[in-house]
Design a protein around this ligand. Sequence first.
Ligand SMILES: Cc1cc2nc3c(=O)[nH]c(=O)nc-3n(C[C@H](O)[C@H](O)[C@H](O)COP(=O)(O)OP(=O)(O)OC[C@H]3O[C@@H](n4cnc5c(N)ncnc54)[C@H](O)[C@@H]3O)c2cc1C
Ligand code: FES
Length: 421
Amino acid sequence: VEVKIEVVIPEKERSKEEMSPNGKASPLIYKVNGTARHYHLEEHPIASNPYHNPKDVVEASVCHVKDLENGQMREVDLGCGKALLIKESGEFHAVGHKCPHYGAPLVKGVLSKGRVRCPWHGACFNISTGDIEDFPGLDSLPRFQVKIEKEKVYIRASKQALQTQRRTKMMAKCISLSNYNLSSTNVLIIGAGAAGLVCAETLRQEGFSDRIVMCTMDRHLPYDRPKLSKSMDSHPEQIALRPKEFFCTYDIEVLTEMQVAAVDIKNKIAVFKDGFKMEYNKLLIATGNTPKALSCKGKEVENVFNIRTPEDANRVVKLATSKNVVIVGASFLGMEVAAYLTERAHSVSVVELEEVPFKKFFGERVGRAVMKMFEGNRVKFYMQTEVSELREQEGKLKEVVLKSGKVLRADVCVVGVGKGP
Ligand SMILES: Cc1cc2nc3c(=O)[nH]c(=O)nc-3n(C[C@H](O)[C@H](O)[C@H](O)COP(=O)(O)OP(=O)(O)OC[C@H]3O[C@@H](n4cnc5c(N)ncnc54)[C@H](O)[C@@H]3O)c2cc1C
Ligand code: FES
């Protein structure tokens, strides 16, 4: 029998709930360089205090204590959304049931030593707090209260949290912008990929309330780069790691299309390509890596791409539609691009040094099976060979010549042969 109860939290209890996680009421005192400063921890609207509005709370009996063995997880329905109920070492925990990264069902993940690992890309969450402890993904899981009464397990949850299935950790804001001119900052992060963004967010989560500036060569705010080879026609906003308002809310400044050309470590100054200089107190270099280019004859012809930005991916889709594509490299990037383009392009050819795709990662048998599957989808493989020349017509790619002597017609070529520093 499932009992659903709407709960009204008494005034006294509510004020307890409104306190910060460490039990102190906001604002807190935080010390930067030994100086006591006041700061406010802010929560993003999607993660507002779960019990702030009593009408937002639902409580339900979800099972009998004996229904779950230790080490088991179960999705339970509270009427207005589901939770993941977990039993470990005799204790029950309840958190969001969907991974905040791309929504995988966590019940299919792995539970071990107080953590649940997502079955899709491996994000890891603490089952007691719901906090994310390993990436990918930025947000944590909402945590719900569990109580046992008369052998029954009850969960009390915010309806809003049941709907959103995610929680953005509490973060500080900058309180000292007026101490800085445009060309100085406390923290400078070179690189606005996932690593740079996580660093900025972690600083704010830890209560850092001074200026943070990130800079990127990209035209866009941080986005999910791995999506570029899986969903190649995505717009940058569709794959943004955080919406624009997030950066305003938490005072994380992002300078786009700004390449750092040199860093004067002694004087703590970053020099940008356009001559602009920025002084910093702390510097993080999170510049990722650089894709390897081909070194063969004709490597500079037009329409040969390493996929690095949304512009690259979008352009490849446009050029490949109903045309001939040659992909160099049969590892993750190459095979993902082949999978994406196979229904759009007139022909897709893959050139690879090894005998089968993914050989280094999964071995010969798996590689052979994957190859067969792709061949069934019109992808042609040219294995144990490499590109010797890219031929052009009026500056644009026309043919890809292989060391084996084979000449492939090509309107666009995607290179996925690894990366360097
Ligand atoms: C198409 C594609 C698909 C991928 N798929 C997957 C996948 O499925 N799974 C997976 O785990 N990984 C995947 N990866 C790898 C993954 O994207 C990287 O591991 C990840 O992006 C690294 O994050 P990062 O923040 O360290 O660096 P990056 O995301 O590379 O970001 C580097 C940042 O530094 C900036 N930068 C560099 N030099 C300068 C400079 N001099 N001045 C200013 N800014 C600078 C860049 O503009 C950028 O903002 C993929 C990569 C690509 C390109
Ligand atoms: S969906 Fe969970 S890590 Fe990606």
